[in-house]
Design a protein around this ligand. Structure first.
Ligand code: V47
Ligand code: SF4
Length: 369
């Protein structure tokens, strides 16, 4: 069946090499994006996904917390950030953050806290370390995945210490791993249009390299669907693949679908069809051959398309989330959180086996395998 679909494809040679386990080039990746034959590239991406992860679809019981929306960068794609003094700008105290987590804890014993925020100009290093220490003390079994590479560079800069020192301080206070945000698209051309104040892609990769060298694992992302070209997407994926070859510290790659509402990019970004979305997943699975997991952040993709993406290379549904501001301020129509029962049902409807994992992909529940 798959062979006959591939035989008719305009990217047959690329797909055959991928199936043989050969590494694809940037040119191969661009050709995959240019081809409209998503059934062929999807089938091969699914085959690779099955080889790595079988029929499982992972999920995590987690709680997101966005500790502040005050940010000095004000990226043009971001509807979440605010200036200090804006009427709805906020910065939570450490007590408020612990309280936020506490409200869910009785009902839902989450295994992960996912904590990110804006680049607040004044918060000292002690705010971040006290946050981590207080949460680790109150929830000793919970893995804290916090602060993107961009936040870590900012924390180091405000504190006047090196990236390595900041990473060590944060790790010693309870940081478990680093989320994948802030990567956007590494191309300097794209960054100059969509996030001119944000640190370079090169620096993002350098912060993550240092984290991996200290044994701190991380995720990786790509924000797609704004002004980037196919070539720039593929180069981004290959930069992640190259770093992974050197460190092995990436756990997952997460394509993040751009939402334009309330951002400065309305009108500039080209609308993405469901077919464009699925291509991002299948191409990512085929190009990034060394990062084991490919996550769909259901909040951004929508629940129906997430179900389809699980057969186009993706193997991870992310989690319960509970509260989400970054995409909802930019017009997302998905819920802010899902119960475990709903996640399992949505996965089972697709014929995949739901498997609860912790942040670093240890299996928590393996009911049906
Ligand atoms: O870096 C900002 C993105 C990221 C918008 O590691 C937007 O498991 C869409 O990285 N439309 C932060 N996206 C969130 C993030 C993330 C999310 C879920 C899981 C993980 C993980 C990481 O959100 C930012 C940026 O790329 N973003 N604004 C927007 N308007
Ligand atoms: Fe700030 Fe992050 Fe929003 Fe950029 S994406 S403005 S760095 S909160």
């Amino acid at each position: 069946m798959m062979e006959s679909i591939i035989a008719k494809s305009d990217v047959r040679d690329v797909l055959e090499r991928a199936l043989e386990g050969q590494r694809l080039s940037a040119q191969d990746g661009v050709r995959l994006f240019e081809s409209d034959d998503i059934s062929a590239s999807g089938a091969v991406a699914n085959e690779i996904r099955m080889r790595i992860n079988g029929n499982r679809a992972y999920y995590v019981v987690n709680r997101h917390i966005n500790y502040t929306d005050i940010c000095k960068n004000r990226c043009r794609f971001c509807a979440f950030s605010r200036n200090e003094g804006d009427s709805d700008a906020y910065a939570m105290s450490v007590d408020e953050i612990v309280h936020r987590a506490e409200t869910e804890w009785q009902a839902m014993k989450f295994s992960e806290l996912h904590i990110v925020g804006g680049l607040h100009p004044d918060l000292p290093l002690s705010y971040y370390t006290e946050m981590l220490s207080a949460l680790s003390k109150r929830f000793p079994s919970v893995h804290i995945q916090a602060f993107t590479a961009v936040e870590i560079a900012h924390i180091a800069e405000v504190a006047g210490i090196t990236i390595q020192q900041a990473l060590i301080e944060l790790r010693d206070a309870g940081l478990g791993s680093i989320p994948g945000g802030g990567a956007e698209v590494f191309s300097p051309r794209v960054r100059s249009i969509v996030c001119p104040e944000k640190m370079s892609g090169k620096k993002w990769l350098e912060v993550i390299r240092q984290a991996h060298q200290l044994g701190i694992k991380s995720n990786s992302t790509m924000l797609y669907g704004h002004v980037e070209t196919y070539q720039e997407r593929v180069e981004h994926m290959i930069a992640l693949r190259d770093l992974q070859d050197q460190t092995g510290g990436f756990m997952t790659f997460i394509p993040l679908k751009f939402h334009a509402a309330n951002t400065d990019l309305i009108g500039l970004a080209s609308p993405m069809s469901a077919i464009d979305d699925l291509k991002v997943y299948s191409v990512a699975r085929l190009i990034i051959d060394n990062i084991p997991h490919l996550k769909v952040f259901w909040i951004m993709l929508g629940l129906k398309l997430v179900q389809v993406a699980l057969s186009f290379g993706a193997d991870d549904f992310d989690g319960t989330v509970v509260e989400e501001k970054i995409t909802h301020r930019a017009g997302a129509s998905t819920p802010e959180g899902l119960t475990v029962a709903v996640i399992k049902h949505l996965i089972e409807e697709t014929g995949h086996v739901p498997v609860e994992r912790d942040t670093v992909y240890n299996l928590i529940s393996t009911e049906q395998i």
